[in-house]
Write a protein that binds this ligand. Structure first.
Ligand code: HEC
Ligand code: HEC
Ligand code: HEC
Ligand code: HEC
Ligand code: HEC
Length: 215
């Protein structure tokens, strides 16, 4: 009797208890996964108050990203343009277009257009555009072919694993800094090779320690 009891108790300790712990842990992890706004945002493409098209302005008209997002090389955040920037052209182009009513009204009243943000990181993550763009990481690596999008859509998960994949091996995503806003740039020799040269030249070493991104 004593022997049987001991055996089954042993079995409980060795199999059952760890199993319960494992199930508990995975339930907790899936709950965290479900409630955090990660991974689910690929393809997010909100309606915007004005039918502004990147395909038309950045693609067809060939405007440089920095004409409008003029802080992207100098600051953590990439500024979204004010109505003044739009009116540089639209005070003479399409002046009667109904699609531009909100732009004209905003300009007259000195009010910003309430654009809906597409890419949003949680507050506990530190991100900086300048640090990436001035090292030769192109907008296309993180935002895709915005110059072909009528309405901006999120193409990357912006998850921790996604950031770390590149931080561990940035070489394939580096290019000479003069081409960072040229989204259709293609390397004339293996991208890895160019990347390794840039890493050596600039001493590039992206953070993979927790404090690098959680400050
Ligand atoms: C004529 C001005 C203009 C130019 C040029 C321009 N953009 Fe934009 N961009 C905007 C405006 C306005 C918004 C906000 C509305 C929207 O999301 O479409 C925006 C939004 C974005 C967003 C989404 C921001 C968010 O909310 O997360 C990205 C990414 C972006 N632009 C990248 C680019 C890239 C890359 C280029 C160059 C290929 C570029 N833009 C050129 C005006 C411009
Ligand atoms: C290494 C990845 C990466 C690169 C390269 C990058 N972005 Fe972003 N971008 C992001 C992330 C992540 C966000 C969301 C930031 C947040 O929520 O704090 C973002 C947000 C934006 C926004 C919304 C405003 C803001 O700062 O939150 C605009 C506009 C934008 N990016 C434009 C650009 C343009 C233009 C380029 C190229 C010149 C570019 N980005 C290069 C990752 C990148
Ligand atoms: C460098 C000049 C320039 C700037 C700056 C500019 N646009 Fe435009 N925009 C144009 C041109 C050119 C057209 C196309 C005209 C045509 O279809 O013949 C256009 C077309 C448009 C249209 C479509 C109008 C219609 O009736 O079809 C909208 C909406 C628009 N722009 C919004 C904006 C917004 C918002 C901004 C600022 C974020 C902006 N534009 C900045 C030159 C510009
Ligand atoms: C496509 C490649 C790529 C992606 C994706 C990427 N990074 Fe980076 N990151 C780099 C490179 C290259 C550097 C520059 C390292 C250097 O200068 O030594 C960098 C630098 C940084 C730095 C250091 C900046 C500073 O001021 O010290 C932080 C923080 C950072 N990245 C956060 C992030 C976060 C958060 C994400 C995801 C949302 C991300 N990165 C996605 C390539 C990338
Ligand atoms: C290269 C940037 C980067 C580094 C380095 C980094 N993280 Fe993160 N971390 C992120 C981003 C981005 C998110 C947001 C993920 C999301 O919203 O999906 C995140 C989210 C988290 C979360 C929330 C839960 C989750 O997984 O979504 C925890 C916890 C976390 N990080 C812990 C850590 C720890 C511990 C380390 C060091 C071992 C670390 N991080 C290193 C970028 C980074």
């Amino acid at each position: 009797m004593a022997q049987t009891f001991k055996k089954s108790f042993d079995l409980q300790l060795r199999v059952f208890v760890p199993l319960v712990l494992l199930l508990g842990a995975s339930a907790a992890l899936s709950a965290i996964y479900l409630f955090l706004p990660s991974n689910k945002d690929v393809g997010y493409r909100p309606e915007q108050p004005v039918e502004y098209s990147h395909k038309l302005h950045a693609g067809n008209l060939g405007m440089d990203c920095r004409y409008c997002h003029n802080t992207v090389e100098k600051a953590a955040h990439a500024a979204v343009p004010t109505t003044e920037t739009c009116m540089n052209c639209h005070h003479r182009v399409k002046t009667n277009s109904a699609k531009l009513t909100l732009v004209r009204e905003g300009y007259a009243k000195g009010e910003a257009i309430p654009w809906t943000k597409v890419h949003v990181l949680p507050d506990y993550v530190y991100f900086n555009h300048q640090a990436h763009v001035t090292r030769g990481v192109s907008c296309v690596s993180c935002h895709g072919r915005v110059d072909q999008m009528i309405k901006v859509s999120q193409v990357a998960p912006l998850s921790m694993g996604w950031c770390l994949d590149c931080h561990r091996n940035p070489a394939p995503n580096l290019r000479p800094v003069e081409f960072v806003t040229k989204l259709d740039w293609t390397p004339d020799r293996p991208a890895e090779e160019i990347g390794r040269e840039i890493i050596a030249q600039k001493g590039i070493n992206p953070p993979i320690d927790c404090a690098g991104c959680h400050r």
